[in-house]
Write a protein that binds this ligand. Structure first.
Ligand code: NAD
Length: 347
């Protein structure tokens, strides 16, 4: 078969979108025929979890309220014990990638259906992918059964995101779109999602940063993050995600902040080798896309360099060599020297 054959798969059978959509969760649970719901909620979503439990009434079984980043298997075991104890038959996840990740880990072990209510822009709810950690080692698996069958995008759940999380999470989403745009095997639909996501993020994010409670801008940003999540599910991710995985996995650097600070650097590295992606991104950015992304990243009030995130300069060469030894598909050839130079600039 030729290498230019493109395959397009769609995850999340059903997507509900709109302010107040979380009120429809009990109906969605009924559609699934479920009677004993386990709610998996981030601590920041405790109030929404309570509201959801009350709305579920007799269909509510219990809440697990302590998901952890990178889905450690021991936390999954604890939540699984609770699910068995209350004889849960469906999952409702409320939170960012950590809550959704735990829900996926439970679903793949039990076959329970999932309803996901994302509260960040990370996009995990749109993907059939799960990263889990055991003894400090992160492994990733891909299985259509991991993808939540129902996703409820209620932009009101994002109004509480602080400035830092809003910015870094939205740039995390933008990174999914950018890498989909330069994936030469991405389908026409994925490229359309990528353009829609990049356009939505670049236009709505500055408004949300200036006016965090602007409900319309929040809704536009969440919609763009949905498209970006679909890009992550469908396209092959390249150097940007590889660097985020290596630096996040091995050195424990925070997921969204890493994405935010790396993106402009990787775009500067790759765009010359990806003329189609560059043309599309220039159109949506209304000028130089690297400058637009760098300007957004500079608005972070937390660390904006790898050094400030706590990464020792002495490990940059080692990271570059690891990445170059088994590179993800990427527009520009990945050599250790070139990646070291990129990392030094980000450091
Ligand atoms: P997160 O879920 O870890 O949340 C970060 C922090 O923000 C938490 O303290 C959380 O309680 C808080 N928070 C979440 N929503 C909030 C809101 N609306 N208001 C205030 N606080 C809020 O962060 P994330 O970046 O969404 O997810 C990161 C995790 O998800 C990582 O483990 C990453 O590997 C995984 N991930 C997986 C995929 C995938 O496809 N498998 C995709 C993206 C991310």
């Amino acid at each position: 078969m030729g290498t230019d054959i493109r395959v397009h798969e769609v995850y999340a059978g059903r997507v509900l979108q709109g302010a107040g959509a979380r009120g429809l969760v009990p109906d969605e649970v009924d559609r699934l025929g479920a009677r004993r719901v386990l709610v998996v909620a981030a601590p920041s979503s405790a109030e929404v979890a309570q509201e959801t439990a009350a709305a579920l009434g007799e269909r509510y079984a219990a809440t697990f309220g302590r998901p952890v980043q990178h889905t450690p298997v021991e936390v999954t075991a604890e939540a699984l014990a609770l699910a068995r104890e209350v004889r849960a038959d469906a999952l409702v996840a409320i939170g960012g990638g950590s809550a959704v990740g735990l829900s996926k880990a439970l679903a793949i072990r039990t076959g329970m259906p999932q309803v996901a209510l994302p509260t960040t822009y990370a996009g995990s709810e749109a993907t059939p992918v799960l990263g889990e950690t055991e003894y400090g080692v992160k492994t990733t698996r891909r299985d259509p059964a991991l993808a939540p069958g129902t996703v409820v995008y209620d932009p009101e759940l994002t109004l509480s995101m602080p400035h830092g999380l809003t910015l870094t999470s939205a740039l995390n989403a933008l990174a999914h779109a950018v890498e989909a745009l330069w994936d030469t095997r991405a389908s026409a639909a994925t490229r359309a999602y990528g353009v829609g996501a990049a356009d939505g993020i670049l236009t709505a994010l500055p408004v949300v940063l200036d006016h965090p409670s602007d409900a319309d801008a929040r809704a536009r940003l969440q919609e763009a993050a949905w498209l970006a999540g679909a890009c992550l599910a469908q396209a092959r991710m390249g150097l940007h995600h590889q660097l985020a995985h290596v630096l996040g996995g091995t050195y424990g650097l925070p997921h969204a902040e890493l994405h935010a600070l790396l993106l402009a650097h990787v775009m500067r590295f790759d765009l010359a080798a990806a003329p189609d992606a560059t043309a599309r991104l220039r159109r949506v950015a209304g000028g130089d896309p690297v400058r637009a992304v760098a300007a957004l990243a500079a608005r972070h009030d937390g660390p904006t360099t790898l050094g400030a995130l706590g990464l020792p300069r002495t490990v940059l060469r080692e990271v570059a060599e690891r990445v170059a030894a088994a590179p993800y598909p990427n527009p520009r050839p990945v050599t250790a020297d070139a990646v070291e130079e990129l990392l030094l600039a980000a450091w």
